[in-house]
Write a protein that binds this ligand. Structure first.
Ligand code: 5GP
Ligand code: MN
Length: 334
């Protein structure tokens, strides 16, 4: 499918009421880019509502406009009304309909045309317009580039910049990942020049921990971190009762998988969390192993080469064994 800023522009011209939907378990990039795109659309004199399938982490609640996000898991009726009233739906930060989780049925049933703005690999064919680039660091980067291409960047004020910068920071591991090209830093510089407060973003995103959240991390690292695959792979697992013990809330385990990947000699890391009767999986790698393929082939998911996610209907223990045998197959002989 063709990535075309003009196709997006034609839809922006044609319609007046928009909905933006993000993926389930929304992160800083999903929420940041959705709120930014909403404000840019509003600045065109058009209406726009942001819908999240389920709740987003508390560390994003301070973002300008976040409080007006409609959360399907909390209020499906209002989401259905908003979908009925809109002319079209922008899908941000995901590219396959099932990433909306339990909200998918209601969004699809509304029967409105879709446009996708996203940076994941292998977009599915369910939209009328696409603005996609799997080499982009984040959807926030794409919103910025799209706004420039469509001459809408005049609306990037300090509030829009705050939302986009949050997406950049969270999806690049604070500008550390290989996805950070010179252009990404140029965009960050342009956002900073609006007068936004980047120190405040770090404070809100990284220094707003609850004590239970830190204790959960401590517990995970001391009791639930294992090496496998000839010590070249590592994983962390948390059962539903582990999560309950530390009063788990959305976002509490964000970044945990990176500790497993930080072990010297480890090339692949996984995080398994038992939630809603399934095991939610996060995968990370460095070097050549493509965790997007690993997630697609073995864990009903996808994502990027170095960061992907998926799910397993096996028990937590069986899921860990499955990962161990995949890693042993890959690394033990080498
Ligand atoms: P995380 O581990 O932070 O939840 O996700 C890492 C990356 O994989 C993100 O880009 C995310 O969008 C993608 N991802 C996470 N879970 C899934 C999933 O269940 N399916 C697919 N296709 N992608 C996922
Ligand atoms: Mn993203």
């Amino acid at each position: 499918m063709k990535s075309s800023a003009m196709d997006i522009y034609r839809m922006l011209q044609k319609y007046n009421v928009f909905a933006i939907v993000v993926h389930r378990g929304p992160d800083g990039d999903a929420i940041g880019s959705a709120l930014a795109w909403q404000k840019i659309i509003n600045a065109m004199g058009k209406e726009c509502i942001v819908i999240a399938p389920d709740d987003y982490p508390a560390f994003l609640r301070w973002l300008p406009g976040a409080k007006d996000i409609l959360v399907h898991a909390n209020d499906a009726t209002r989401v259905k009304e908003a979908l009925k009233l809109c002319d079209m739906v922008f899908c941000l930060d995901f590219n396959a309909s099932d990433r909306m989780g339990p909200a998918e049925a209601d969004v699809v049933k509304a029967g409105k045309p879709f446009a996708i703005i996203d940076h994941h690999r292998f977009p599915s064919d369910f939209a009328e317009a696409y603005y996609v680039d799997d080499e982009a660091s984040s959807t926030a980067e794409l919103i910025y580039r799209l706004s420039v291409e469509l001459n809408l960047d005049g609306s990037i004020d300090s509030e829009v910049a705050t939302c986009l910068y949050t997406g950049l920071v969270t999806d690049t591991g604070s500008f550390r990942y290989p996805s950070v090209r010179a252009d990404v830093l140029r965009i960050a510089a342009a956002l900073l020049a609006t007068g936004m407060d980047h120190v405040e973003i770090y404070e809100q995103v990284y220094n707003s921990n609850r004590i239970e959240q830190l204790r959960l991390k401590g517990f995970a690292l001391s009791e639930r971190l294992k090496l496998t695959g000839g010590d070249q792979a590592a994983y962390i697992y948390l059962s539903a009762s582990d999560l309950a013990r530390f009063d788990f809330r959305p976002g509490d385990t964000e970044g945990l998988v990176n500790y497993a990947l930080s072990i010297k000699g480890v090339h692949v890391a996984a995080f398994f969390a038992e939630k809603d009767k399934i095991v939610k999986i996060s995968l990370r790698s460095k070097g050549i192993l493509d965790v997007n393929n690993l997630a697609r082939e073995h864990f009903k998911g996808g994502g990027h080469i170095h960061a992907a996610g998926g799910r397993s209907e096996l028990s937590l223990e069986q899921t860990c064994r499955k990962f161990e045998s995949l890693m042993n197959e890959r690394y033990e002989k080498s």
